[in-house]
Design a protein around this ligand. Structure first.
Ligand SMILES: [Fe+2]
Ligand SMILES: [Fe+2]
Length: 335
């Protein structure tokens, strides 16, 4: 191939080159600085102490807590989600400040997932993939997690394709519901948990999720001002998708989307109650409902400023726009 070096090169489309820096976006850069100063290290928690405490607990209690962390890991498995967003965002030449922020979110999410793994490692190492159940409840616990993860794999396939369907800002704002829910849930759990290091861990995660939520705000503020009616509708649908997907851990799985064993809820509530009594800080059903309602209200208040309507949430008795059934091609949000 011959090149004409007297001219500037022509860069391929959707490529991470050429590079541009813009430092005028002060709100985003401020949030980026905050992301760095608020970093914490999950390795600093006293995991040996937790292992010691765990050895004095019933096997049932250790399994129930491992079960909850394994379920949470389905949603706090967002390292790849944001790493993928980082690649796509760079190819689409989003602002440098957004790129920097997504890099910090990727790092945060990696830490959140490791927290799930560390907790399981103290309670029931190898759960659930290398775990040998010794009774019916243990087998149901294992199966519930694997089926939840199977739905996670459906989510992941759909997420990768979503970049062909949605614009980057719509995609990023679809995380809003998840971040809002996570902030509320982890703040509550930080208050209720009794077993160290769980209270401190939940408080630290809540701080990260608050920052992620602030980032989705920024994106909404900048990108959605001149949004078309069609894109507003997509955001409404994404809010519903967030609710449907995340409800498994924050509330109860709605009928849309989920493919789960018929006895899923029976097992789930049984294990949650054992984990709660053992000091994990799992909220009660009424508390979960209240937390979801608060999160939905917060998101609703934000998006209404941009002319975006809230979806129907019959599960919480909230009426809004009917967005139809949510299936796997709609689901994007994570924690
Ligand atoms: Fe998050
Ligand atoms: Fe997270």
């Amino acid at each position: 191939m011959e090149f004409d070096y007297t001219k500037d090169p022509e860069f391929p489309r959707e490529n991470i080159y050429p590079i541009e820096w813009d430092f005028t976006d002060s709100r985003a850069w401020k949030l980026y600085s905050r992301a760095k100063s608020e970093q914490w290290d999950e390795e600093n928690f006293d995991w040996n102490r937790l292992r010691e405490v765990a050895s004095g607990l019933d096997r049932k209690e250790r399994i129930a807590m491992s079960y909850w962390w394994a379920l949470l890991s389905n949603f706090d498995n967002a390292t790849a989600v944001f790493a993928f967003a980082l690649v796509k965002g760079q190819e689409l030449h989003v602002k440098k400040s957004y790129e920097a922020l997504i890099a910090t979110v990727t790092c945060d999410e990696c830490r959140h997932n490791l927290l799930c793994g560390r907790s399981i490692d103290c309670m029931m190492p190898g759960f659930p993939t290398k775990f040998k159940p010794t009774n019916d409840l243990e087998e149901r616990a294992r199966r519930n997690v694997l089926w939840t993860w199977y739905n996670g794999s459906r989510y992941w396939n759909a997420y990768k394709q979503a970049y062909e369907k949605y614009t980057f800002d719509v995609l990023m704002t679809s995380f809003m519901m998840g971040e809002a829910a996570a902030t509320t849930v982890f703040t509550e759990m930080g208050r209720h948990a009794r077993l160290e290091p769980f209270p401190s861990a939940f408080r630290s995660v809540a701080r990260d999720e608050t920052r992620h939520y602030a980032f989705t705000h920024l994106l909404m503020h900048e990108g959605l001002n001149e949004m078309s009616e069609e894109r507003k509708k997509l955001v409404t649908k994404q809010i519903r998708a967030g609710f449907v997907f995340l409800s498994l851990i924050t509330y109860r799985p709605p009928k849309d989307f989920w493919r789960l064993p018929p006895d899923f809820e029976r097992t789930h509530f049984e294990l949650e109650s054992i984990a709660r009594d053992a000091g994990l800080g799992v909220p009660l059903m009424e508390e979960k409902e209240l937390a979801w309602r608060n999160a939905v209200m917060r998101v609703g208040a934000t998006v209404s400023r941009y002319g975006v309507r809230m979806p129907d949430m019959p599960e919480l008795g909230i009426s809004g726009e009917d967005v139809g059934e949510i299936d796997e091609s709609d689901v994007m949000p994570v924690f």
